[in-house]
Design a protein around this ligand. Structure first.
Ligand code: NI
Length: 172
């Protein structure tokens, strides 16, 4: 089967606040599988369930370097417990805002608690790319996009561009 489509701005579903997962059951395991499929096919390093149109607090990620073995990670109901005062600037992109990249400043380190695919609780102290990705994906679960962290001028410009494209596509 072909991977599921990833929704792009200005799709309003990207602004939804996703619901916590009550229990990791077959439907969640199926969703996670579909998320990895779509994420690897894109290709991307992180995906939130809402990007497949499912408002559930589920994140998939693989930040392994291109030629290294895959390192699939699943974060269910991830929650930021602590952020460092020290900030970091990373260039970010998003599969829901294709081919747009911009530098974003965020806390350099975060402590996050989450459940794994077995439903077991974990806590991770993340730095570097993992810290950035976790914050980017947890933002998605709250209806926040990385362009919300850049200047309004830049944001308006990119939203306008994608709105025009969507309109053109709808008109055929
Ligand atoms: Ni994203």
């Amino acid at each position: 089967m072909a991977p599921r489509d990833i929704i792009v701005i200005p799709d309003k579903r990207l602004r939804l606040k996703s619901e916590p997962v009550a229990k990791v059951d077959d439907s969640i395991r199926m969703l996670v599988e579909q998320m990895f499929e779509a994420m690897y096919a894109a290709p991307g390093i992180g995906l939130a369930a809402i990007q497949l149109g499912e408002p559930k607090r589920v994140v998939t990620m693989d930040i392994a370097k291109k030629d290294d073995p895959k390192e699939p990670q699943v974060f269910i109901n991830p929650e930021i417990l602590w952020t460092s005062d020290e900030k970091n600037v990373h260039e970010e992109g998003c599969l829901s805002i294709p081919e747009y990249y911009e530098e974003v400043e965020r806390p350099a380190e975060v402590k996050v608690k989450y459940m794994d695919i077995e439903g077991k609780p974990h806590e991770v102290h993340a730095t570097g790319l993992l810290a950035t990705c976790l914050q980017h994906e947890i933002d998605h679960l709250n209806g926040i996009l990385f362009i919300d962290h850049i200047s309004k001028l830049k944001r308006d410009r990119v939203v306008k561009k994608y709105s025009k494209q969507a309109k053109r596509a709808a008109e055929g």
